[in-house]
Design a protein around this ligand. Structure first.
Ligand code: NAP
Length: 487
């Protein structure tokens, strides 16, 4: 292949200014790519940490791990720091790297179409752009799942999804209902139970809960991290190793590590819930970590408070005064919080993407989302996703994942710059072969051991990375060019 004497100038569009979009901007600049725009529909960066503001919001990945490897900070206040602190961290990193110089806030990309070797972008405001490379950093859990509960519009009180928390609604002294028992609901319940007059938790499925301690870092500890960056890096690396063990455990359903997780969850339930009847109502009928493992040191205590009630009767409908359950009881409420999760398989949609020769994302993903190594799609040249379909998700740091993915993407982009090719996309064959291997491996994981969760696709197969994290790291070390269609 002929290599151009002059490096090709490349213009980029990054879609989204959340964790992965900020990362992209920083890494592009570092690699010498300065012609790019970060499109963000909101008015500031932060992604999920900007959108979620519910009480109790935190990340259950330790803060010193849930940090960019190149922007470790000594300042985290807690082992698991609260959501607003995480949002402040992302805004600070974005500011430190002058994201504003490249960002277009308050404008949503609605269409990307590939024509004449370039991507043509259109935004909601009617703005047009033409770029060589698109990086979709649009997040995983983004579009709220609002269940079709009969009568929801008839409710006289305030009702909102957990990711659209209405801070104008007072919960102090109110009768609050929470629907759902995922990570979000569990954090909310622990945070609000002491404030509300009465709390009703509507549980459709019980959850296993890993115990969690959340000590604060003392001023001395933080000063030590500040004075000795090697300590800070050492902690980050140690946490990475610990989470590798966990990531590997969940793909080996019968591993000793998985058995340890299960034992810890069982013991937590036995030790923390005193009433044997309540304990059985809280006991899941499936294996721990089959659903996304919930981590909390407060939930069991909260649900045993005198003003808290666990409702396990199915919801029949919503009425003006509250929630009617199937046994005929009316649970009167002032506020109803739907902690009912997200449309996890939407990814960047409803963004309209039209690739080479008229291939549309709508058609390609009609059955289910799919991508080569979760990053790129056949017939969509020079279009890359971070935290795309079937990638590693779970109880570990998506920052680590995005950093590895972006390093991989840059290696492909560098080939465009070097003039080795003008278009790069994975072949259909490589994508199909990897997907077949992935699907087969996914069947042996803990996520497939008999529960309903947002991990499962339309076939009931976990839409996640089922191999070890080491394999992910090895794949991300460098592209196998045989898997690519280079033109
Ligand atoms: P989720 O895990 O999808 O949980 C949704 C909950 O809503 C489930 O309990 C579900 O019940 C219930 N639900 C849904 N539709 C319902 C209906 N029609 N009637 C009754 N119940 C209904 O959502 P999430 O808690 O928002 O968490 C989503 C993901 O976000 C997590 O898995 C995690 O990856 C991430 N997250 C992370 C953190 C963190 O600390 N890192 C915090 C929050 C969220 P079923 O179980 O019966 O389906």
């Amino acid at each position: 292949m002929a290599v151009a004497a002059e490096p090709r100038h490349l213009r980029f569009a990054v879609i989204g200014a959340g964790m992965a979009g900020i990362l992209s901007a920083i890494k592009l600049t570092e690699a010498g790519y300065t012609d790019f725009t970060v499109y963000e529909k909101a008015d500031r960066p932060g992604g999920t940490w900007r959108e979620n503001t519910y009480p109790g919001l935190a990340c259950d990945v330790p803060s010193h791990l849930y940090s960019y490897s190149f922007a470790l900070t000594p300042d985290w206040t807690h082992r698991y720091s609260p959501g607003p602190e995480i949002q402040t961290y992302f805004e600070r990193v974005a500011r430190d790297h002058d994201l504003d110089a490249h960002a277009r806030f308050g404008d949503e990309v609605t269409r990307c179409a590939f024509a004449d070797g370039r991507w043509h972008l259109t935004t909601a405001s009617g703005h047009h752009d033409e770029v060589d490379v698109v990086v979709a950093a649009t997040g995983v859990l983004h579009h709220p799942h609002v269940p079709a509960l009969e009568g929801l519009d008839d409710f006289d009180g305030a009702a909102f999804h957990s990711s659209r928390w209405d801070h104008d609604v007072a919960i102090d002294g109110a009768r609050v209902g929470v629907v759902g028992t995922g990570s979000t609901a569990v954090q909310i319940v622990g945070a609000i139970v002491d404030e509300v007059a009465h709390l009703s938790l509507f549980q459709r499925t019980a959850q296993w809960i890993m115990p969690q301690e959340n000590p604060a870092y003392s001023a001395e500890e933080r000063a030590e991290f500040r004075d000795d960056p090697t300590q800070l890096r050492g902690l980050h690396e140690k946490l990475c190793e610990q989470f590798d063990v966990f990531a590997n455990a969940i793909v080996h359903a019968d591993s000793p590590e998985m058995q340890l997780v299960e034992r810890l969850c069982r013991e937590h339930l036995e030790d923390a819930v005193h009433d044997p009847v309540l304990r059985e109502r809280l006991r899941p009928s499936y294996r721990a970590a089959c659903k996304r493992l919930v981590v909390s040191g407060r939930f069991y205590d909260a649900i045993q408070r005198p003003n808290a009630e666990l409702v396990t009767e199915p919801i029949e409908r919503i009425e003006a005064r509250g929630v009617r359950t199937r046994d005929g009881a009316l649970h009167e409420l002032d506020v109803l919080v739907l902690a009912t999760g997200f449309q996890a398989h939407a990814f960047m949609r409803p963004l309209e993407v039209v690739g080479r020769d008229g291939h549309t994302l709508t058609d390609e993903w009609k059955q289910r989302p799919s991508a080569y190594l979760s990053i790129s799609i056949p017939h969509f040249p020079n279009f890359f996703m971070l935290n795309g379909p079937n990638g590693p998700v779970g109880n570990f740091s998506l920052i680590d994942v995005a950093e590895l993915q972006f390093g991989y993407v840059l290696q492909l982009v560098d080939r465009l710059r070097a003039g080795e090719c003008r278009e790069v996309s994975p072949t259909e064959e490589a994508t199909a072969a990897l997907e077949a291997e992935r699907t087969e491996a996914a069947k042996g994981t803990i996520w497939m051991t008999g529960c309903r969760s947002w991990y499962l696709d339309d076939r009931g197969v976990p839409a996640v990375w089922p191999f070890s994290f080491d394999r992910f790291r090895a794949e991300m070390a460098g592209p196998d060019l045989a898997a690519y269609d280079l033109r």
